[in-house]
Structure formats: structure tokens, C-alpha cells
Design a protein around this ligand. Structure first.
Ligand SMILES: Cc1cc2nc3c(=O)[nH]c(=O)nc-3n(C[C@H](O)[C@H](O)[C@H](O)COP(=O)(O)OP(=O)(O)OC[C@H]3O[C@@H](n4cnc5c(N)ncnc54)[C@H](O)[C@@H]3O)c2cc1C
Length: 381
């Protein structure tokens, strides 16, 4: 059995951030992942202002550093919102979106963790975890004084929490995506486009990319029966002449998103959950990279302080989750039912909402304002 101060399962944005936080403070950290990096991850890769600020302050990764690492694909301050192909709002924000390539972005974060002193073990699949901090993997047994479960939405670590599977599944979204050549759709894409009216509780997206155009659709599973059909419907709304042909020539991949699953208490025994494993993606847009970085950092700091002072990290971690993360999750959830309600009842009102409240909404998406009643947001980074 290999021992460490902290064992972290999953080396996505949450796990790598927790690892670099702890390793920088001198702890003995094992960061393991079932994949071998650089690995691909299905994702639109859209980063908001708050994410860029966090990456600068916590990781020391400015947009220039991210660009040099090959992670940044496109930067744009434009946006558009449509309802079944009809434009509702179009404009520019004061803060740009950064669109990243996940394989390069995640690899960059993993390298930062490694350079900070974390030991990285790849091709290491965790099959079981017990609350005392023991992990069974295909590479043997490991034990940490604390374990951080950052192994994504289908977390193996979360299984030992004994939570209701039915409740988790109820709030899960499916997201499907393809990268197609720009010529696949009849209009040029130079800004992120959001498309309402395709699913009752979800939306479609068209993101520009240097490699073509990213077309995606996500929505609550319980409100949608067949995502393949819904995606074909979305493609025909975009003006694709042979949607099924496009799906066949550019295979459609799908992955779940926690879409209202945020755990109130992400701690159990000696284990803390971070990122998608704890359900921390916003229930309006499904933005999860920011919350993975943030909760990975919170979990790393809570464990570092616990190890230094000899107490349990649970209370400090839960306090930061309750103070900074859960209010955003609740507010985004309220807003999504308002917007989806407007979309169902009268799309014209949805257009009116975007024109009247577009700037406030943009500030909420970028994290300058909180989803919690539009208040100015004071982050702690
Ligand atoms: C189609 C799609 C589009 C999206 N678009 C966006 C977007 O534009 N912007 C945004 O902010 N968010 C987006 N998201 C959400 C975002 O991808 C996630 O919220 C984010 O990746 C969560 O990071 P994480 O570190 O918690 O988990 P992950 O990135 O999922 O990383 C988990 C890691 O754990 C590893 N792992 C899993 N199981 C095990 C195991 N048993 N043993 C060892 N290792 C394991 C995996 O290999 C993986 O490397 C999108 C999601 C999808 C599906």
C-alpha cells in the first residue's frame, strides 16, 4: 500500500488545482487519473471572466501563458442568442470569452501540479474508495490521510457517500457535441451563439473554433427522450441540409453534466468531493470549468490547513462552498426556470428579456454579478 498525505482521484481542472494548491504548501500529494495525458474531454471549452481571473490569481496562468501552452483556441467579445433560428439578441460584452481546447488546457494544469511537486500516476483507475481514505486501483492500493474525489460527474469516489442515485439522475443533463467544418452551417461563426427552443430545459450552442465550428446541445434528461433526434432538429434549424449525414460523418459524442446536483455537504469521513464529482456546474448554462477550479482550490486549501493544524477539513470546506458556490447554484437555478418558462409561454418575451436585461445577464455569466439576485459578486480570489 502506497501512503501519502493526500490522494487525489481525477486530474481534470478540479484535481490538478487541488494538487497544485497542496503541493505548493509542501504536502506529499498523489494525483491519479485513469487516462493518459494529454487526453480528450468532451467540452465546449468556453471560459468566462471569473475563470480567467481565477486562473491568473491561483494558477499564475494569464491569457498569454494559456495561449503559449496551446490551450486558447479563440478569443471573442461577441455573442448572440436565438430562438429556433430567429435572432433574439446580438452584441458585444466588455469582457471577452476565451474558448479553449480541453486536451491542452487540462494538460497545462496537470503540468503545473507536477511542477509544484505533486506525484502524478496516469492509467490508474480507481475502482473503490472507503471513507477512511483507502483507494483500490488497477495499480494497487493507496491511502491518504485525506482523499479528494475529483473524478468527474460519474465519480467512483462519490459512491462511498451512499447518496440517492435516483436524486442524482433526476438533475442530470446530457450534453452532445460535434466539431464540424465551418462550411457545414450556412452562416459564418465568429462569436458564441446560444439557441433556445430546442429542448424544454436546455439549449444549443455554436462556438467558433480554429478547427471548424463546435455544435452542441444540452438539456435535462428527464425532459428529453432522444438527444440524437433533438440534435438533428437543432442542425436543421441551423440550416444544415443533411443533418443525419453530418452526424454520421462527424460522430456525435455525449457526456453527462451535473445540472442542478450541487451537493450541500461534499464531505464524508476523510473524503472531500470537488468539481463535477460534487455536482458543481451551474444549472443555467452548465458552466463547470470555473467551479471545478474553484472547488479544487477550496478543497486543497481546507486540507492543507487541516494537516497543518491537526483538525478536520470538512467545516472549512463546507463553509466556502456555502458562502461562494451554493448561492450561485441556487440563483442560476431560479433564473433557468424563469427563462425556460418564458421560452415555453412566449419566446417574444424571452427576446424582450435579453434586450432589457442582456448586460446584467452578461455580468452574471462572467461572475461580476451574482446569480443570487444580481448582487455585485465578491469572490475570495
Ligand atoms: C459537451 C459538454 C460541453 C461543456 N462545455 C462547457 C463549457 O463550455 N464551459 C464550461 O465551463 N464547462 C463546460 N462543460 C462542463 C465541464 O466540462 C465540466 O464541468 C468540467 O470538466 C469539470 O471538471 P472536473 O475536473 O470536475 O472533471 P473532469 O474534467 O471530468 O475530470 C475528471 C477526471 O477524472 C478522471 N477519472 C474519472 N473516473 C476515474 C476513476 N475511476 N479513476 C481515476 N480517474 C478517473 C477522468 O479521466 C478525468 O480526467 C461541458 C461539459 C460537456 C459534457
Amino acid at each position: 500500500m502506497q501512503l501519502a498525505d493526500v490522494v487525489i482521484a481525477g486530474a481534470g481542472p478540479a484535481g490538478s488545482t487541488a494538487a497544485l494548491t497542496l503541493a505548493r504548501r509542501g504536502f506529499d500529494v498523489l494525483l491519479m487519473d485513469k487516462a493518459s495525458f494529454p487526453r480528450s474531454k468532451l467540452c465546449g471549452g468556453l471560459l468566462t471572466w471569473k475563470t480567467i481571473r481565477l486562473l491568473e490569481r491561483i494558477h499564475g496562468s494569464t491569457p498569454t501563458v494559456l495561449t503559449e501552452s496551446g490551450a486558447v483556441d479563440t478569443v471573442t467579445d461577441g455573442y448572440s442568442v436565438c430562438h429556433r433560428g430567429h435572432p433574439l439578441a446580438l452584441g458585444r460584452f466588455a469582457y471577452p470569452f476565451h474558448l479553449i481546447r480541453r486536451s491542452a488546457f487540462d494538460n497545462h494544469l496537470l503540468n503545473l501540479a507536477r511542477m509544484s511537486g505533486a506525484q502524478v500516476i496516469q492509467d490508474c483507475n480507481v475502482s473503490h474508495c472507503s471513507p477512511d481514505g483507502t483507494l483500490c486501483t488497477n495499480r494497487g492500493h493507496f491511502r491518504g490521510r485525506f482523499v479528494i474525489g475529483a473524478d468527474g460527474v460519474n465519480s467512483t469516489i462519490r459512491k462511498c457517500f451512499g447518496l440517492s442515485r435516483e436524486r442524482w439522475m433526476r438533475n442530470l443533463a446530457t450534453a452532445v457535441e460535434i466539431t464540424a467544418p465551418q462550411e457545414a452551417i450556412p452562416h459564418a461563426t465568429d462569436r458564441p451563439e446560444l439557441h433556445a427552443g430546442i429542448l424544454p430545459a436546455g439549449y444549443g450552442w455554436v462556438f467558433p473554433s480554429r478547427h471548424g465550428v463546435i455544435l452542441g446541445l444540452c438539456g435535462l434528461r428527464r425532459h428529453a427522450e432522444n438527444f440524437r433526434h433533438a440534435f438533428a432538429d437543432f442542425l436543421s434549424i441551423l440550416g444544415v441540409t443533411d443533418p443525419r449525414g453530418l452526424i454520421c460523418s462527424h460522430p456525435l459524442h455525449g457526456h453527462p453534466i451535473p445540472y442542478g446536483n450541487a451537493l450541500q455537504n461534499p464531505t464524508h469521513g476523510n473524503i472531500l468531493l470537488a468539481g463535477d464529482a460534487g455536482g458543481y456546474a451551474d444549472p443555467l448554462l452548465g458552466e463547470g470549468i470555473f467551479y471545478a477550479l474553484l472547488t479544487g482550490w477550496y478543497a486543497g486549501e481546507a486540507v492543507a490547513e487541516a494537516l497543518e493544524r491537526g483538525f478536520h477539513p470538512g467545516p472549512a470546506y463546507r463553509e466556502r462552498i456555502r458562502g461562494f458556490v451554493l448561492p450561485e447554484m441556487r440563483g442560476a437555478n431560479r433564473l433557468r426556470w424563469l427563462l425556460y418558462g418564458l421560452n415555453m409561454i412566449n419566446p417574444t418575451n424571452l427576446g424582450r428579456y435579453f434586450r432589457m436585461r442582456g448586460n446584467v445577464l452578461a455580468e452574471m455569466v462572467h461572475g461580476i454579478r451574482s446569480y443570487d439576485w444580481c448582487r455585485r459578486k465578491r469572490w475570495d480570489f
